[in-house]
Design a protein around this ligand. Structure first.
Ligand SMILES: Nc1ncnc2c1ncn2[C@@H]1O[C@H](COP(=O)(O)OP(=O)(O)OP(=O)(O)O)[C@@H](O)[C@H]1O
Ligand SMILES: [Mg+2]
Length: 508
């Protein structure tokens, strides 16, 4: 089949950074083309070039053989290229229908509003999307919000759909549904560029995989020509995957005693209900559950971001319930939040400053009342090397870093004061496989030195691999514990859906 899209020798630089050095590949109609590459390899930058947000320094983009030059996202949309944005551009208080209309070039009149409504309904039926047109957007799950972004593009008859890490924010069930829709789109002849760090997904959905390394396309392989191992080897090259071991000797000391915590939300409903747990020193306690079953509320009360309506959080003889985030941190509870862009970092500050933002106790970074710039820089250099953070020139604001590299900055900072307890939500989300392994190693090494971790994750493979114990949450309650050595994904999956096993409600 002739290529629909041809990308030739694209180069894009930023001051002090070569984001794209030389990228070439083609996409055929009806092809799902995956872009794979380490954090900072240039995937998102390339997509921003394709959608007209950035202008390349050199190179060509062709569609149906015709050379294109975009000056804005509007131009690329007119050529049939559309992107499902990761930070959804939706108005929360407006309905689904209104949000879709807002994306059209001209706001339709009453008559054509009806036509659009019918057309959108048809799309919802055709792809069997679970979406109520009249519901306000704020009420919807992330998965449903993603459907809106997709419908916007389908309404405009986009021929190439770009999805930059769409599954990073989805539950495994939502991701499956998305894949079904992508396959259907493919059958209709649409081309799709898909980005993900999850190998399981890459293997499942791709027709073609292009590997980017340091801004260069180093290989394009067709399904059948590759397996997981080959892709990983190409992507990682000479870099080594860190190795680590589980700490098998647990202490008997309790580092955190969570007693009957309940948390109510604005609507008076409970996000967390009578939650009790004793966290052992040096333990990695996994928390499994479908997103939205109280995990976030638990993390927020433990780290002082929210108040519990009932219960106690005992650490070192002190009740940390109702203490501030700052106090919780000083008391030894670190936090890797889910929403890294809003509470994880100060986007306009440099890496150096972001890394010391929570060093309240550490006098190494101060000289009298002034900051000691030299030691702050030295600290940053250490962390950048240790976590292989791709950082750009000194002083670059953190918001210019790639998604995965921002995540690494947060993790490096949270672990730098040697916390007694780490509350980690989806810590490896958006990380490439090497970086994800490094974070696993850091957590395991921390455990060996006595750090306890509450690991909230959705990836059961990750939970089974790291955890000493797994607690399962459902509707704000802890419904039981499982032993990762002796339980299967299926068993845990069943408990996550509310089925309690033999160890129903039991304490460990
Ligand atoms: N606007 C910008 N200004 C300066 N540097 C930038 C800008 N956008 C991207 N970069 C740099 O370009 C490089 C590639 O970043 P990009 O976001 O494309 O990576 P990525 O492959 O999408 O990584 P990830 O898997 O972490 O999302 C990074 O070093 C990043 O810091
Ligand atoms: Mg990216």
């Amino acid at each position: 089949m002739p290529d629909f899209l041809k990308i030739e020798h694209i180069r894009k630089t930023f001051p002090g950074v070569i984001a794209l050095d030389d990228v070439s590949f083609s996409v055929a109609p009806g092809e799902i083309h995956t872009l794979l590459g380490e954090n900072g390899a240039g995937k998102s930058t390339l997509m921003n070039v394709l959608t007209g947000l950035y202008h390349p320094d050199s190179g060509e983009i062709r569609i149906d053989g015709r050379r294109l030059s975009f000056t804005s996202p509007r131009d690329s949309l007119a050529c049939g290229i559309g992107m499902v944005h990761q930070h959804f551009m939706l108005v929360p208080a407006h309905s689904v229908f209104e949000n879709i209309l807002l994306a059209l070039d001209n706001l339709p009149n009453l008559f054509s509003r009806k036509k659009y409504r019918a057309r959108i309904k048809q799309l919802i039926d055709e792809f069997q999307l679970d979406l109520d047109l009249d519901s306000p957007v704020w009420k919807l799950s992330i998965g449903a919000q993603q459907w809106i972004e997709l419908i916007k593009l389908l309404l405009r008859d986009c021929r190439l759909l770009i999805l930059d890490e769409p599954t990073a924010v989805l539950t495994p069930q939502e991701a499956e549904r998305l894949f079904k829709v992508l396959r259907q789109l493919k059958k209709q002849g649409k081309s799709i560029i898909f980005i993900s760090h999850k190998m399981r997904e890459v293997m499942e959905i791709s027709d073609q995989v292009t590997i980017l390394k340091k801004g260069r396309s180093i290989a394009s392989l067709t399904r059948g020509e590759y397996d997981e191992r080959k892709l990983a080897a190409l992507m990682i090259g000479a870099d080594k995957i860190p190795e680590w071991q589980k700490n098998l000797q647990l202490s008997t000391q309790i580092s955190l005693d969570i007693q009957q915590l309940s948390v109510r939300n604005d609507r008076g409903l409970s996000d967390l209900e009578d939650f009790s747990l004793q966290l052992i020193k040096g333990e990695i306690l996994g928390i499994a559950g479908v997103a939205g079953n109280g995990q976030k509320a638990l993390a927020e009360v433990l780290t002082g971001l929210r108040k519990a309506s009932h219960g106690r959080i005992m650490a070192n003889g002190e009740d940390l319930n109702n203490s501030s985030a700052r106090h919780s941190y000083i008391a030894g509870i670190a936090h890797i939040p889910e929403d890294r862009k809003t509470i994880g970092i100060a986007p306009d500050m440099s890496i150096d400053d972001n890394l010391i933002m929570k060093s309240f106790k550490n006098s190494a970074f101060a000289r009298g009342i002034f900051q000691d710039k030299k030691s702050i820089r030295r600290n940053a250099q250490e962390k950048i090397a240790q976590f292989a953070i791709k950082s750009g020139p000194e002083g670059t604001p953190v918001r210019y870093l790639s998604g995965g590299n921002i995540q690494k900055v947060i993790i490096a900072r949270e672990l730098s004061e040697k916390p007694a307890v780490l509350v980690a939500l989806y810590p490896t989300r958006g990380l490439d496989i090497g970086s994800a392994e490094y974070v696993h190693k850091v957590i395991a090494d921390g455990a060996a030195q006595g750090m306890s971790t509450i690991l909230i994750a959705e990836d059961l493979d990750e939970l089974l691999k790291l955890s000493d114990r797994i607690a399962v949450m459902f509707r704000g309650r802890l419904i039981g514990f499982v032993d990762p050595q002796n339980s299967s994904r299926e068993e845990i999956g069943l408990m996550m859906s509310g089925e309690t096993g033999e160890n129903d409600g039991g304490e460990a």
